[in-house]
Design a protein around this ligand. Structure first.
Ligand code: KIV
Ligand code: NA
Length: 264
């Protein structure tokens, strides 16, 4: 079995092959997703909502992420493992280094941080210190109280231009992957084409280099509600492994996400 690496993901983008990503928080689901050949497993701070029952991701700690990363790592042989840096774990570059060290030591192969150009110094510092970084733009849930709700981002022309500039700044700083959440399909396409690093979308249309879903949404068991951009793949397949296979197939064929899961 060939392990997925960042260079392998880069090659997929270059070849126009879609990348599949799911969140995972424990060894059992990680093992199952890994065996179904999901490319990337994300220990998302969404665990605050789907595991802990919180209203948002803000209460999640570095120790929470490290705990779940250790479990996911144990269940994973092939997939690339990315873990979120939680709220306020990267307010300064030095704080980011200290907290990223704990998350990498727990078994992540890359950390994900939310934000634009202001993170350039943090990203280049992390990469210089051997911590690979994934950016996260668009709807950044750690900023929910600044934004004023979970809303689509980048609809206005000036906001779209800023998002594109932020994406380029993150890549220039050394980010090796980018997640785009809840942005119009056309903007996500523009960003994916403008960057050479893989761009993974959620609520960002089908023209990104790959897709990510929160596993609880994909199985239709989320504690709160089903976001518009998500899809319950279990209801049509009746089996968890088949649901994962259908998700992978539909991402690879471009059938998911459809216009009904996207924003324009
Ligand atoms: O926390 C999470 O699960 C995420 C994905 C939705 C991208 O950040
Ligand atoms: Na997250």
């Amino acid at each position: 079995m060939k392990k997925i690496t960042i260079s392998g993901l880069q090659k997929k983008k270059a070849a126009g092959e879609k990348i599949t990503m799911l969140t995972a928080y424990d060894a059992s689901f990680a093992k199952m997703f890994d065996e179904q050949n999901v490319d990337i497993l994300l220990i998302g701070d969404s665990l605050g909502m789907v595991l802990q029952g919180e209203d948002d991701t803000l209460p999640v700690t570095v120790d929470d992420i490290a705990y779940h990363t250790r479990a996911v790592r144990k269940g994973t042989q092939r997939a690339f493992v990315v873990a979120d840096m939680p709220f306020m774990s990267y307010p300064t570059p030095v704080a980011a280094y200290e907290n990223a060290a704990k998350i990498m030591a727990a078994g992540a192969s890359m950390v994900k941080i939310e934000g634009g150009t202001w993170l350039a110094e943090t990203i280049s510092g992390l990469v210089e210190r051997s911590v690979p970084v994934c950016g996260h733009l668009g709807l950044t849930p750690q900023s929910v109280h600044v934004i004023g709700g979970f809303k689509v981002q980048g609809r206005e022309e000036d906001k779209a231009a800023k998002l594109l500039a932020d994406a380029k700044a993150l890549e220039a700083a050394g980010a090796q992957m980018l997640v785009l959440e809840c942005v119009p399909t056309s903007l996500a396409k523009t960003v994916s084409e403008a960057l050479s690093i893989p761009v993974i979308g959620i609520g960002a249309g089908a023209q990104t280099d790959g897709q990510v879903l929160v596993m609880h949404d994909m199985f239709g068991i989320s504690a709160n509600y089903m976001p518009k951009f998500s899809k319950n793949f279990l209801v049509e397949t009746g089996d968890m492994r088949k649901a994962v296979q259908k998700y992978i197939e539909d991402v690879q064929s471009g059938a998911f996400p459809g216009p009904e899961h996207s924003f324009e």
